[in-house]
Design a protein around this ligand. Sequence first.
Ligand SMILES: [Zn+2]
Length: 83
Amino acid sequence: MARRRAAGQPPEPLGSVSQPSGPLVEGTETCVKCGETSLTRIRMTLTDGRPAVFVSCPSCEQTNWFAFDGGGVPLDRSEVLGS
Ligand SMILES: [Zn+2]
C-alpha cells in the first residue's frame, strides 16, 4: 500500500466534508489529560517514516504524538525520537 503524503488530505468519499481541516487523527480530538479541545496540532513524520500528529494543549501543556493509524494511543517518546 502506498504511503500517504503528509501534506495531502486522506481520500474522503464525496459529501462527507465536515471539517475544513480534514478529519482529525484518532486521539487528537481532545487533550488526554484535561479534555481541552482547542489543541495545537502539527502534522509531522516520524523517524521511521510514519505520518503522525504532534498535539500540544494550551491549558495544561500536555504534549503527545499520535500516529495516523495508531488507534488513539499516544506514541512513546522513544518511538518518536527513534531511539
Ligand atoms: Zn490539557
